[in-house]
Design a protein around this ligand. Structure first.
Ligand SMILES: Cc1cc2nc3c(=O)[nH]c(=O)nc-3n(C[C@H](O)[C@H](O)[C@H](O)COP(=O)(O)O)c2cc1C
Length: 336
């Protein structure tokens, strides 16, 4: 069977798999015609999970588990180190089960990345009897600072060979968060985290939530293309029906930012982030940091893309009259 992670990457690179609508466009930050600050003095740095980043940005977990992924992770790691931002790797199941592909993840250890995030799917944790050992193996593999447990049941529903037994997930998250060798966060992968789910997660030892909301890459779309390739018309149709499923990322923030702040959880906004203006909107809506995935893969030059991210974030702070991210959190937001 072809490597699933490789297929995902090929589909994201070759097909249109975005949600039909990007919800960050629903929000406008109030322009300040008299900013009265010097743009060169703006500070975009933050400290999250005890690590200092130059900007509130993380390259979200995407890949690993096949030969070519090593080159991609290496390039992303170079950029994360250069710009002093966080980076995650894709699901490490393959690296745990097949030692020959471990290097496609561990390659990021060669770079001075301020925050490295290991990644395991909740469905895999459910399958493994020794989930904590495996979680620790993932952490060690990339010398991670934190572990993200990802939730991807939308994808599992559409995937022809998907794992559809979600019973016991919360208990597993509790178990791993309580005993893993590094702090744990929970991350959705494009369908978002509601207030009800966030409340349940508060009953665990996790230290953060990546809302992974709708509006960017649609994994229902990705799986629709995979189903099409193998002639599974039913699953393909299902993928099309659920293409736009999910809670849009900015609305997840509106729903849970106060809960996270009260509980002292770090809040990450991944899903549909295209540039620094979206990052700024995420911060203004209560996130501590934003995550970017497909924007790093589908661009001509990742270096130029990062420049655009940094410059557009700084420009937004300037145009809203903010010297730092604390002030940005107070900026007025319009939602027409
Ligand atoms: C090719 C590809 C592979 C991905 N694989 C994973 C994964 O293994 N684990 C995970 O937590 N998220 C994975 N994601 C989801 C991203 O981390 C992110 O949550 C999602 O793509 C939304 O962000 P975007 O709109 O910026 O692409 C993947 C995304 C892409 C594009």
């Amino acid at each position: 069977m072809k490597n699933r992670k490789k297929e995902h990457l090929e589909i994201v690179l070759g097909e249109e798999v975005s949600h039909s609508y990007n919800y960050w466009d629903d929000f406008i930050l109030l322009h300040n015609a008299l900013p009265e600050i010097n743009m060169d003095e703006i500070d975009t740095s933050i400290e999250i999970f005890g690590k200092k980043l130059s900007s509130p940005l993380i390259i979200a977990g995407m890949t690993g588990g096949f030969k070519e992924a090593k080159v991609i992770n290496e390039k992303l790691a170079e950029v994360a180190a250069k710009y002093s931002i966080g980076m995650g790797v894709g699901s490490q199941r393959a690296g745990i089960e097949d030692k020959s592909v471990k290097e496609s993840y561990s390659v990021i250890k060669n770079h001075d990345i301020p925050l490295k995030i290991a990644n395991i799917g909740a469905p895999q944790l459910l399958e493994w009897n020794d989930a904590i050992e495996k979680a620790n193996e993932a952490i060690e593999m990339i010398d991670a600072d934190i572990l993200a447990i990802h939730l991807n049941f939308l994808q599992e529903v559409i995937q022809p060979e998907g794992e559809r037994d979600a019973k016991g997930c919360l208990e597993k998250i509790k178990e791993v968060a309580a005993s893993a060798s590094k702090p744990v966060i929970v991350k959705e992968t494009g369908a978002g985290i509601s207030r009800q789910v966030a409340e349940k997660l508060l009953d665990t030892d996790i230290v953060g939530i990546d809302v992974g909301g709708a509006g960017g890459t649609s994994f229902a779309a990705v799986e629709a293309y995979r189903a099409k390739k193998i002639g599974d018309n039913v699953q393909e149709e299902l993928g099309k029906i659920f293409w736009d499923w999910g809670i849009p990322t900015p609305y997840c923030l509106i729903e849970i930012a106060d809960l996270c702040e009260e509980a002292g959880l770090t809040l990450i906004a991944t899903g549909g982030i295209r540039h620094g203006l979206d990052v700024a909107k995420a911060i203004a809506l209560g996130a501590d940091c934003a995550g970017i995935a497909s924007a790093c893969l589908t661009c001509n030059s990742i270096d130029e893309k990062m420049e655009v991210f940094m410059k557009s974030l700084k420009a937004t702070l300037f145009l809203t009259g903010c010297k730092n991210l604390e002030e940005l959190k107070e900026v007025e937001i319009w939602s027409p």
